[in-house]
Ligand binder design. Structure first.
Ligand SMILES: CSC[C@@H](O)[C@@H](O)C(=O)COP(=O)(O)O
Ligand SMILES: [Zn+2]
Length: 204
């Protein structure tokens, strides 16, 4: 698949994310891999629900640098980290849904455990609701380089799959291409919604 067609799919995914209410008030950022060395990343501060292909900036995966005069996402360092850690990652989606923002604060442990849900099978390689899927959770940080270092160190010690939650901030997830990243996002958001409601009802 060409980068041009992946970018067209990413733009469509951004519009869909906006319609879901998962990128309010310019929140969120999205990217697609160009090749081993560059990715195309959303420009900082734009409404991610109404982006066009021109709003994506070429960024070096090694350095996070973009061409002079354009400002890629404030969270560039998280996208480039994912492309460096996972050579198979072809697209990264970061969103600010209410469920991911709240659940990531309610869960105090290092991972959000998902088990017992048929929809776990929306995640690549998952075949049974009986298996446990652990979504990593990190405390938020305005220092993105420090946050990226912390996530990188975690990935050296234990598996980091599908995506991670930042406490009180949102979800960052990826896939081998835009289609898979979008399926992971939709599947995880569905599972977060279920988990929120289950926790609320079981408390009552
Ligand atoms: C709108 S506040 C959220 C931002 O600080 C950030 O978390 C975010 O997701 C969007 O930043 P951006 O620089 O536009 O990619
Ligand atoms: Zn964000």
């Amino acid at each position: 698949m060409t980068v041009t067609s992946q970018l067209a799919q990413l733009v469509a995914a951004c519009h869909w994310i906006g319609q879901q209410g998962w990128a309010p008030a310019t929140g969120g950022n999205m990217s697609v891999r160009g090749d081993d060395t560059i990715c195309l990343l959303s420009e900082s501060g734009k409404d991610k629900g109404s982006l066009s292909a021109d709003d994506f900036i070429e960024v070096s995966i090694a350095t996070g640098q973009a061409a002079a005069g354009r400002r890629p996402s404030a969270e560039t360092g998280l996208h480039t980290l994912i492309y460096r850690l996972f050579p198979d990652a072809g697209a990264v989606l970061h969103t600010h849904s209410v469920n991911s923002t709240v659940l990531s604060r309610v869960e105090k442990g290092p991972t959000l455990l998902l088990q017992g849900y048929e929809m776990q099978k929306t995640l690549a390689g998952q075949h049974s609701h009986l298996d446990r899927v652990a979504i990593a959770l990190f405390d938020n940080d305005q220092d993105i380089d420090a946050l990226a270092r912390r996530i990188g160190e975690y990935a050296q010690r234990q598996p980091l799959r599908y995506g991670f939650l930042l406490r009180g901030h949102g979800l960052t997830c990826w896939g081998k291409d835009v289609q898979e990243a979008r399926r992971h996002l939709e599947g995880l958001e569905f599972l977060f919604n279920c988990e929120m409601q289950r926790r609320l009802l079981e408390r009552a």
